[in-house]
Design a binder for this molecule. Structure first.
Ligand code: ATP
Length: 256
């Protein structure tokens, strides 16, 4: 299902946090949103998963304006993992993952066999099955992040919105997540800080600076030494990955 962000703006207290952002994620594609701290990435994503109402513009999923759907309807289509997706309640991992089914269910009916299998498979996939009976507040940052991803997956969304999904993950779990995303067939919009991970996993990359989209295209088109210097203020050499050919940035500690 295609995700289309159209002329999206967010203005708070007279300050423009997102400025007429237009970005399309084709069905089944992975699009990365990158940019310096404070450039508006999370704010834009919040509009997509409806935690924030944009000041102008629209978000369409499969052509349908998200703001016209009920929260339950949009939660059946779009799932998100967020920076502030705090689950501080004393629920077990298994219970939190099962919450992902909420948009599909009525009342307190127990999960059916298919839903239980869905939860089991998601916990297996995210390598958290051994934590099923642990309570979430006692987990490490990476374990917690994987629980929230499992919860998003059992939501069976068509569109997945991920805000820095790898920031707490060790390298094995980072690569496991990204290779899973590559094979999942979902439409994915993901904020990543690691430009090399973005180059490895994304079909296209959008670069935000001061709330504006300043570049969009394939990783090879966008992640150039010049752009990285202009937008992030760092010097980098760009070399092709010897196996995949994806651009890889080798940073220099010298100021540019
Ligand atoms: N509710 C709010 N009210 C006022 N300003 C806000 C609000 N939320 C975010 N901002 C500001 O908007 C700007 C963009 O924030 P946002 O979190 O979207 O950036 P980001 O690109 O995701 O940053 P980071 O890489 O640090 O996560 C920042 O300057 C932030 O301080």
């Amino acid at each position: 299902m295609e995700l289309r962000i159209e002329e999206l703006s967010v203005v708070t207290d007279g300050r423009t946090l997102v400025d007429r952002l237009s970005l399309t994620v084709s069905e089944g594609a992975i699009v990365g949103l990158v940019g310096p701290n404070g450039s508006g990435k999370s704010t834009a994503l919040r509009c997509v998963y409806r935690a924030l109402r944009p000041s102008a513009g629209a978000v369409r999923v499969g052509g349908q304006d998200l703001s016209r759907l009920t929260p339950r309807q949009s939660a059946r289509t779009v799932a998100a993992t967020t920076q502030d997706g705090g689950v501080d309640v004393d629920f077990t991992v298994e219970e939190v993952v099962a919450l992902g089914r909420a948009p599909h269910r009525r009342g307190n009916e127990p999960l059916n066999a298919r839903e239980r299998e869905l939860c089991r498979a998601a916990m297996e996939r995210l390598d958290i099955a051994h934590l099923a009976q642990r309570t979430v507040p006692g987990l490490s940052g990476g374990e917690r992040q994987r629980v929230l991803l499992a919860r998003a997956l059992v939501q069976e969304p068509r569109v997945l919105v991920l805000d820095e999904p790898t920031n707490h993950l060790d390298i094995r779990h980072q690569l496991g997540l990204l290779s899973f995303l590559r094979g999942a067939g979902l439409t994915v919009l993901v904020v990543l800080h690691d430009l090399n991970l973005a180059a490895a996993v994304c079909d296209r990359v959008g670069v935000l600076a001061d709330g504006r989209l300043v570049a969009t295209g394939t990783p090879a088109e966008v992640l150039t030494a010049q752009l990285v210097d202009e937008v992030f203020g760092v010097r980098a050499e760009v070399v092709p990955h010897p196996v995949s050919g994806a651009p890889q940035l080798l940073y220099s500690l010298d100021p540019s």
